[in-house]
Design a protein around this ligand. Structure first.
Ligand code: PGA
Length: 251
């Protein structure tokens, strides 16, 4: 059984004190009976304080990006070595905002994925087509290519998470329909089976992202190949993040 992953991608939001305030409020709501795995990916500046705070309760912390080198003259960058020392557990790689604004390519995605795995953290690899690509009916080809290049040299005994995020659904309020999302998730799982093996395809979590909110999360999570969500806007408020987390328990 794959455990649902309810991952908050805070993007460039919240100072360290605001991040701790969120955890404090979330902690008050948690019953510890929630079935979904709770993951929050704050800005780098909040990671240390949040990991200290979550020591005693079941919230995992991840980063939103990383560089593929261990150290060196890369002004403004953060390495896996640094994240690992903080006990960071997950790293988002290849988010469409990185691909669009910061020159992320499938090659850099692959280098980052391999480095994150070397440091025994779990990469969350984002893939997804643009509106234009979908209109040209190229969405399957685009996602297949991103995965084939992004997952090169990976071994079937390693743990990854895939996030399918159609670019046209991110931050736009337009989510994919549950059927559209399921169709792509199924394709991704079949691809993982072809590239690795059945066991790998069965154990790997494939989460959906793009305008997930309490109003649509239950329906999306009820699809057989959808194992949770990567949530941007709706993860910034405790109430809406917690409602999305609770929707897993209602399935
Ligand atoms: P959104 O962002 O939920 O605000 O659409 C999702 C993401 O970019 O990961």
């Amino acid at each position: 059984m794959r455990k649902y992953l309810i991952a908050a991608n805070w993007k460039m939001n919240k100072t360290p004190s605001e991040s701790i305030e969120f955890l404090h409020d979330l902690q008050k709501k948690l019953t510890n009976q929630e079935k979904g795995e709770i993951l929050i990916c704050p800005p780098y500046t909040s990671i240390y304080a949040m990991i200290q705070y979550t020591d005693n309760f079941n919230v995992h912390i991840g980063a939103q990006d990383v560089h593929w080198e261990n150290d060196g003259a890369y002004t403004g960058k953060i390495s896996c070595r640094m994240l690992k020392e903080l006990n960071c557990e997950y790293v988002i790689i290849g988010h469409s905002e990185q691909r669009t604004y910061f020159y992320e390519t499938d090659e850099t995605v692959n280098k980052k994925v391999m480095k994150v795995l070397e440091y025994k953290m779990t990469p969350i690899i984002c893939v997804g087509e643009t509106l234009q690509e979908r209109e040209l009916k190229k969405e399957k080809e685009v996602v297949t290519n991103q995965l084939k290049k992004g997952l090169q040299n990976l071994r079937a005994d390693q743990e990854i998470v895939i996030a399918y995020e159609p670019v046209w659904a991110i931050g736009t309020g337009k989510n994919a329909t549950p059927e559209q999302a399921q169709e792509m998730h199924k394709l991704i799982r079949e691809l993982l089976q072809d590239m690795f093996n059945k066991e790998f395809a069965e154990k790997t979590r494939i989460i959906y992202g793009g305008s997930l909110k309490p109003e649509n999360s239950k329906e999306i999570f009820s699809q057989p190949d959808i194992d949770g969500g990567l949530i941007g806007g709706a993860s910034l408020k405790v109430d809406s993040y917690y409602s999305i987390l609770k929707s897993v328990d209602e399935l």
